[in-house]
Design a protein. Sequence first.
Lengths: 496, 334
Amino acid sequence: MDSIEGIITGFQVAFSMQGLLFVLIGVFVGTFIGMLPGLGPISAIAVMIPVTFGMEPTVALVMMAGVYYGAVFGGSTSSILLNAPGISGTVATAFDGYPMAQQGKAGKALAIAATSSFVGGTVSVILLMLLAPILSSVAVSFGPPAYFALMFMGLTLITSLSEGSTIKALISAVIGFMVVTIGIDAQTGTQRFTFGNVNLLEGLDFLVIALGLFALAEVCTLIINRKDLSMDNAHKLGSLKITKQEFKEMRGPMSRQSILGFLLGVLPGAGATIASFIAYITEKRIAKSPEAFGKGSVKGLAAPETANNAATSGAFVPLLSLGIPGSGTTAVMLGAFLVLGVQPGPLLMTDRPEIFWGIIASMYIGNVFLLILNLPLIPYIAKILKIPRPLLISLVIMFSIIGVYAISFNTFDLYMLLLFGVIGFFMRLFSFPAPPLILAFILGGMMEQAFRQSLTISNGSLMIFVQDPLALTLLIIALLSLAFPLIQQIRRSKRA
Amino acid sequence: MKRWITLIGFLVIILTVTACSGKDEKATGSSGDWTPEKPIEIIAPAGAGGGWDTTARMAAKVFTEEGLIDQDIGVVNKPGGGGAVGWAYIAGKQKSSYNLFVSSPPIVLIPLNGQSEYGHEDFTPLANMIADYAAFAVSADAKWDNLNDLFEDMKKDPASITVVGASSPGSMDHIQFIQIAKAAGVDVTKIKYVSDQEGGGLTQVLNGSADVYSTGVAETVEQVKAGKIKVLGVSSEERLEGEVIEDFPTANEQGIDATFVNWRGFFGPPDMDDAAVKYYEEKFKELSDSQAFADIREQYGWDEMYMDSKSYKAFLDEQKEEIQSLLDELGLSK
């Protein structure tokens, strides 16, 4: 019964004048910063921390939460319009969002993204409210073997990320694996592929690679294919309206990915990025016409956008109920809590129910605000596309540089950005798909660490992956997903 | 062909822009009394939200709010390599009086591990400010109730117990455990240590993947209050003061003669001007003595541990020797 009382307190906080005002400020700032290419929730939260000094903690944290999910909400904009993902969680959004915008349907793409973000955000808050107390045990249930199995499962999906040559997709993925090993190895403290350069000790940041392979490579391609610019489709905003048929298409991915995304968000380390990739791939796998994916499919856009917002709410479970930050972003968020003298953890719900439930309750309102803010703004935001190409290209380059520089104020990262821009350009030229590289980069690091942690724990015995029931289940799913396309192929050839 | 030329031209432009940015200001050398004449930069050689970041930000905040230093103080995060990236940056600011950084035992450990070409000798120690301590925690339903129980089992079967921490082997979370375990007579070369840099150490102890969580005292408080974990021992000389943490037994009182201090202080670039060193030494002393900073220490559960430049340097040299011999024994020194 405590929870019900808590929920009521939470809504009182969220619906107070102050609560409403600061949720609005939070989501506005968040969505605005999130829209800028290269800047995501980490920058948004970091910018806002000093603002909270001296504020009442509950109000301040309601605002900071708004900044966080607002930034994820807004992050889709630059992916769709410019192919320049601001955060890792919106890389998958660009797969279908950008083609859609190029077909002259930018308005629709933004509207679909906003709607599915809203649905993902809202459904997951309901789950968060109902399940937060129970889910904290789920969040810690994954040990290293289970994480390895989860990442392995993600990897088996790599080849379905691309059309065309499977071999080329695998080569891309292998490059991703190689790149992620750069830096100090956590399990031994040994430097790998750093060539004595201190700037490589920490390895490469995800943003450097994503902005290089997507934004800069796109810019290069635009410059080379200048002829295409005369085709004016990409300048068009198109209708905002989502047709009934399209909404029907969105319904499936939205309902499935709200739940799946939320659950993946609950696991520390998995988060919005993996949720959005897995959402994209699972929807592609079960779709009747998977060949439409990557060419401006409604489903392909709705799935990752639902999942990344759902995962963002999910990430609040370990943060609030355990005090465990599951990602870089939630670690900064944890910092924001501590600055305000609030220690998230198992006692937060009982000691400071107004904060625990206040944040959750405010997320309903925040999501509504985000939808109201974003939908009417779409025509104005999409005007970006009307900016003359040379200017727009320069802006994309500028924002990519700012975004990368803001990671650690290190000029070395900019050279790396440039390098990956060139690599990305040549990959396009020879039609090597970039998504497998990105996915391998995201999964590879965690997978390797989890694998080696497991083996240290088991004194080198591989049996640990079979003895752990969670790991075993996930590995079986992974093997089935590998076997599935083969079986399909055999069937098809029999029929023929 | 023309398109290619445009493309190459555009790449060249970016390259020039990035190459031109960020050359440093000239160092100002002077003698006698010195006061800062422009904004001061404090580097936290780690990401936002960690111990270094918090210490730097809190120091900057009190310096400004109490009017101890008139100039603006900016805290900049330079994460990477456990600190090495930030240190390399400061090392390039030779003789500057406006670029400081915050550090702790890793500045002794990381160079010994061969992960940084710069160590504490390369910088100018200004003042140590606070002390924090290690805590060794196990799940609340674990079979051990004190360090001696745990170490007895480790002596019998070292392969059965996994220790988890955030840093890589040879760095702080590992070494602090080794230091105490060694004094208790455990064969430290056989200890199984797993690093989880995503902050999953606590998770691993809660779900039983690992047995012992080697971390800082502050990180354990909430979980102990909630009855999820128990702290078998802390590395301080005497019992700590404060709610909850006063119940944590020290290793000392369990008959293990060893301590580990996670000291934290401020450094300047190589060859910093003496007058500037003197200035900062005094300012940090004022900071350490201020009520505002005392409140912050209490909020974060830190102890006061002020040392001036000279005694700090001597202390660091001593630390280095001690840790060197420990790493030699582990076969980790480079």
